[in-house]
Design a protein around this ligand. Structure first.
Ligand code: NAD
Length: 484
């Protein structure tokens, strides 16, 4: 089906935008314009929030449906998404440069799995539970949806990160207004078609494409009851400030600077651990929040680690993101390309040793927003590239002397989102993982699972997505006290 790119998806219907400006979307690999959609205005946001509010307040509407009926709708949406998954991942790959092989592993399976997980959860979760009283007979604790949600989504893993908000919000019975990033809007129009085909009732889901000003307008809108934000720590701070003034609940999934701790008994054979290590440190061109971009290497095996990581990164195929064999594609935008290039320059200027990649474009590529996947050795944990989030394919290898020293360096960061421990001793790895100040950590690999809470501490965020905790963020609790 051909999508109408002249309209906006507001409350489940395609309607003409109230403004005339448009967002042109370019291919990150070729820089060519590949599509355009309306740039929503504040008036479009007003309309979206108004229909969401009407749907939410309808006493026989979505928010009052039996959970099992909503669960069926989520499952229909999973099916409709999956029918369109090939088109969606191709659009993502063109827009943000995500290698298509990675999009197949990430953006194709995760959204459906997340929808089915929350369908199952809401089916099983009782709306009410009774608790024995201490001063009274008992209390009935009742769950209800939190209201109209504003979801702000970044461009790096656009469908999965959108679904971490949409699925639990829908499961809980909320209405939602989604603002995708301007870099990745074409895939979201396909999702809108899936939402319509899944017969999610009128008013419940709206999509308003636009930039940060539109996001700021949506976040502070008087008709919004809760904000869910994924993006940079700077953006999240602005959103949190706006929500604090309104005493509006907000969940924040922000940046990271995670550690990949290689213990001295780790298996460094790339044929066995190379793929998992690459996925945990450089997947999606380094544009993933949880990647372990500070590689902590034991001094006793430092040269071996440097050689292995440099060999791994030097061997990856760089190219057009839509090619099957590409492992590193372009950055998502010229701004991202400039940002990452600047960090590579800073790393060199501050004295880090370049053992793979370096400044400039890859030699055989003359268009697209590419950088060279780069590995720095001999990095001090106080260096700029070790402290700040680069959000590109740049790794810094830092030496440590003991497990305690590795833990101290891993924890010496403003962030606390991801992390990995690499070891042949499961118990030792688990005890290092337990000591790391972070919201999530993987042993000999890293794959977030929809069943378990995901989120950060320190400047990496507030709150959790995924798991039952991710649903609780969209629910309100009411205690009804019973005297006898
Ligand atoms: P960004 O903060 O620039 O933008 C993210 C989204 O927020 C976009 O839709 C943008 O338009 C909107 N936005 C920005 N400022 C806003 C404001 N003041 N008010 C309302 N909306 C605003 O981030 P980005 O460059 O798109 O994404 C990359 C960042 O996202 C990285 O820092 C990365 O670590 C982080 N991220 C975090 C997670 C996580 O789960 N913790 C996941 C993915 C990405």
């Amino acid at each position: 089906m051909t999508i109408d790119h002249s309209s906006l998806f507001l409350g489940g219907r395609w309607v003409k935008p109230l403004g005339s400006s448009r967002i042109d979307v370019r291919s990150a690999s070729t820089e060519e314009v590949i599509g355009s959609v309306p740039d929503a205005t504040d008036a479009d946001v007003d309309a979206a929030v108004a229909v969401a509010r009407r749907a939410f307040d309808d006493p026989s509407g979505w928010s009052h449906w039996e959970p099992a009926r909503r669960a069926e709708a989520l499952e229909r949406l999973a099916e409709e998404f999956e029918k369109r998954a090939d088109v969606i991942i191709d659009l993502i790959s063109q827009q943000n440069g995500m290698p298509i092989s990675i999009a197949r592993q990430l953006e194709a399976p995760f959204p459906g799995a997340i929808l089915r997980f929350y369908a199952e959860l809401i089916r099983k979760q009782p709306v009410e539970e009774r608790r024995d009283g201490i001063f009274i007979e008992s209390t009935t604790v009742r769950r209800s949806p939190i209201g109209v949600v504003a979801a702000i989504v970044p461009w790096n893993v656009p469908q999965t990160l959108l679904m971490t908000k949409l699925a639990p919000a829908l499961a809980a019975g909320c209405s939602i207004v989604i603002k995708p990033s301007p870099e990745t809007v074409l895939d979201v129009f396909e999702l809108a078609e899936a939402i319509a085909a899944a017969q999610i009732p009128e008013g419940v889901v709206s999509i308003v494409p636009g930039g940060r000003e539109l996001g700021a307008y949506l976040v502070s809108h008087p008709g919004i009851d809760k904000v869910a934000f994924t993006g940079s720590t700077a953006g999240g701070t602005a959103v949190a400030t706006a929500c604090a003034k309104l005493l509006r609940p907000v969940s924040l999934e922000l940046g990271g600077k995670s550690a990949a701790v290689i213990l001295d008994d780790a298996d460094l054979d790339l044929s066995r651990m190379g793929e998992a290590f690459f996925a945990a440190t450089m997947a999606n061109n380094g544009q993933v929040c949880f990647l372990g971009t500070r590689v902590l290497a034991p001094r006793s095996r430092y040269d071996e680690v440097v050689d292995a990581v440099a060999a791994l990164v030097s061997s990856v195929k760089i190219g057009d993101a839509t090619d099957d064999d590409t492992l590193v594609g372009p950055m998502a935008s010229p701004t991202q390309q400039q940002r990452v290039s600047r960090y590579i320059d800073i790393g060199i200027k501050e004295g880090a040793r370049v053992v793979a990649g370096g400044a400039g474009m890859p030699t055989d590529i003359d268009r697209g927003w590419f950088v060279r996947p780069t590995v720095f050795a001999d990095v001090d944990n106080n260096a700029t590239v070790a402290r700040e989030e680069v959000f590109g394919p740049v790794l810094s290898i830092i030496a440590y002397d003991s497990d305690a020293d590795a833990i101290a360096i891993a924890n010496d960061s403003d962030y606390g989102l991801g992390g990995t421990v690499w070891s042949t001793d499961e118990d030792r790895a688990t005890s290092v993982a337990a000591a790391m100040q972070t919201g999530t950590v993987g042993i000999n690999g890293y794959i977030p699972d929809p069943g378990a809470p995901f989120g950060g501490i320190k400047r990496s965020g507030i709150g959790r997505e995924f798991g039952a905790e991710g649903l609780a963020a969209y629910q309100q609790l009411k205690s009804i006290y019973r005297m006898q």
